[in-house]
Design a protein around this ligand. Structure first.
Ligand SMILES: Cc1cc2nc3c(=O)[nH]c(=O)nc-3n(C[C@H](O)[C@H](O)[C@H](O)COP(=O)(O)OP(=O)(O)OC[C@H]3O[C@@H](n4cnc5c(N)ncnc54)[C@H](O)[C@@H]3O)c2cc1C
Ligand SMILES: *[C@@H]1O[C@H](CO)[C@@H](O)[C@H](O)[C@H]1NC(C)=O
Ligand SMILES: *[C@@H]1O[C@H](CO)[C@@H](O)[C@H](O)[C@H]1NC(C)=O
Ligand SMILES: *[C@@H]1O[C@H](CO)[C@@H](O)[C@H](O)[C@H]1NC(C)=O
Length: 507
């Protein structure tokens, strides 16, 4: 059973053999010159050509089948920062375009982390977690996954602002901002990074923190892969709640929509007085249905009876699993299935029941239409609503380039439309119809005076432009930093996958 888009423990939908969808023409010969340059630089042991079984292993590591479908000429799997530096020195001496990519945890739904016919850095060996009791700082590798990271730090009764699904990677999440269960208490996860170790295009290894390279320090907090390859994140930790956090999923029949949407909106309305409460609401449809609603509720202080969630106790559930456990245990228990094709779109809008209802009715319409086009299973479409209360931007505001201190002018909701698909025909169809739905919903929010400018990079479709939504000043800062640390534009022209500053107007 797919549970709210999450696979509970080990139960999975049958996966299609994605191997049958491979594009053989992707192995462009030009890309192999870069692989050869890496071999010539003495890195042969860690260059995986398609003939090497390690190549397939590295490809299968991707979470989304959309990304697995993209075939690089080789993977490079560095063992150390020095390997990364050596590789970048070698590659910056070759010429090319669109031929290098960077992957940490591999959880991007689209190929922002891979490149057909190029060299893909596979940072999965950078999975260290080292906690220092003296500084309370944890040094975390970009290729680590949040489940193991949390469980390790909890050994010291400490925690960090990490992700909410155990299998998701550290690198992409922190460089795009990062939503955790602690957003109400600490703001975006990137705020808790006190130092980045970064390898620049010319192979120099530098630290970026409040004192050294402060512009780069700020730009990396939201600016993604536009400046260098981050090889270590040093993050502030804080005390874990003794006895654990409290919460878990509640699932309901879809006809309770009205009261559930109201409860969710009210939770955000009173969030500033209840900063330990957080939730996300999912509208779930796995063909052939029926539709259902899940609310994941969490109180990070471990309270069972928080005011925010009291109304949920009066609604009959089809499934409920609330308990006290550590953050690491919770995110290890609930994972989302890998190996499906994915299409995501995101918006951000005012916390308002009418807008929530509009989103739900567009979703009802689309799932009904898609069920006629692709009857009888093999796809799912969910909408995920998450809190972005205005006060979150004041927690650590101005430390990052997300611009929320300027743009978050009302309590808001981050909206994610998330399709889980099995064929490329479905993927093309949903890219089209979800794009259309997103435009219609955005137009509705604008009409109601309820659009919130910011778009979350880690949820955005490649057709969206999240960096621009950080605001002119932040775009200017990021462009200055890119020009200073990457004067030849390696991370624009060569590392072309992802959201690129060079494609953003203004600044
Ligand atoms: C099941 C699931 C649950 C999720 N839950 C959350 C959540 O709770 N909170 C949240 O905020 N987001 C969440 N996300 C979104 C998540 O933040 C992104 O998918 C993010 O990209 C994951 O990081 P990664 O390291 O796995 O990504 P990757 O796919 O490896 O990388 C993503 C992007 O970052 C760049 N990048 C990665 N590492 C580096 C590096 N070291 N140096 C330079 N550039 C780099 C890549 O080039 C790529 O463009 C979730 C996603 C999924 C699929
Ligand atoms: C963590 O807390 C528990 C319970 O209070 C205690 O028994 C244990 O010694 C603590 N561990 C560390 C490493 O401080
Ligand atoms: C929580 O609510 C339940 C049922 O309403 C009640 O029995 C219990 O005592 C409450 N617990 C606390 C800690 O308030
Ligand atoms: C590498 O680039 C940085 C940023 O442009 C520069 O400061 C540094 O001197 C360069 N290092 C070398 C070895 O050229």
């Amino acid at each position: 059973m797919i549970f709210a888009g999450y696979i509970v423990k080990r139960v999975a939908l049958p996966l299609l053999a994605w191997g049958s969808l491979c594009k053989t023409e992707a192995l462009a010969s030009a890309g192999f010159e870069n692989c050869e340059a890496l071999v010539d630089a003495g890195l042969a042991e860690i260059v995986f050509l398609p003939t090497n079984p390690a190549y397939d292993e590295s490809l299968t590591y991707y979470w989304s089948a959309t990304t697995r479908d993209v075939k690089p000429s080789c993977f490079l799997q560095p063992r150390s920062t020095e390997d990364v530096a050596q590789a970048l020195r070698a590659l910056s001496k070759t010429s090319g375009v669109d031929d290098v990519a960077i992957r940490s945890g591999g959880h991007s739904p689209w190929a922002s982390n891979n490149i057909a016919g190029g060299v893909t850095f596979d940072l999965s060996l950078f999975n260290q977690v080292v906690y220092s009791g003296d500084t309370h700082v944890a040094s975390i590798g970009p290729g680590a996954k949040w489940g193991p990271v949390m469980l390790e730090i909890e050994k010291y009764n400490r925690t960090v602002t990490g992700g909410r699904v155990g299998d998701v990677g550290v690198g992409g999440l922190l460089l795009g901002g990062g939503l955790s269960f602690y957003t109400g208490k600490r703001g975006l996860a990137c705020n808790d990074v006190v130092n980045f170790e970064v390898v620049l295009a010319n192979g120099s290894v530098i630290d970026a923190n409040a004192k050294e390279n402060p512009g780069l320090f700020k730009a990396l907090k939201g600016g993604s892969n536009n400046f260098g390859i981050v090889t270590r994140f040093d993050m502030l930790t804080f005390e874990a709640t003794p006895g654990g956090i409290y919460g878990g999923p509640n699932s309901f029949a879809y006809d309770h929509k009205e009261s559930l949407l109201n409860t969710f909106v009210r939770m955000i309305d009173i969030n500033e007085k209840n900063i330990a409460d957080t939730a996300f609401l999912l509208l779930v449809f796995n063909s052939p249905g029926p539709a259902s609603i899940t609310i994941m509720e969490i109180n990070t202080d471990g309270l069972e009876n928080s005011t925010s969630f009291a109304p949920l106790r009066d609604v009959p559930v089809t499934f409920r699993d609330l308990k006290r456990q550590t953050y690491g245990e919770l995110i290890t228990e609930y994972q989302q299935a890998a190996g499906f094709r994915k299409v995501w779109f995101t918006l951000c809008f005012k916390n308002d029941v009418d807008i929530m209802n509009k989103a739900a009715s567009l979703w009802e319409e689309l799932t009904a239409k898609a069920e006629i086009v692709f009857p009888g299973g093999g796809w799912g479409l969910q909408m995920v609503f998450q809190p972005l209360a205005k006060f979150y931007s004041q927690v650590g505001g101005g430390q990052n380039v997300l611009g929320l201190d300027e743009s978050l002018n009302h309590d808001s909701v981050i909206w994610l439309a998330d399709a889980t698909l099995t064929t490329s025909e479905q993927e093309a169809y949903f890219q089209d119809v979800m794009g259309d739905l997103t435009e219609r919903l955005e137009a509705y929010t604008v009409e109601k005076g309820g659009n919130t400018q910011w778009r979350y990079l880690n949820y955005a479709n490649p057709s969206q432009d999240p960096l621009r939504t950080y605001g002119e000043d932040n775009v200017r800062l990021m462009k200055e930093v890119a020009a200073q640390y990457d004067p030849d534009g390696f991370f624009q022209e060569r590392v072309s996958s992802g959201f690129k500053l060079s494609k953003v107007d203004g600044g």
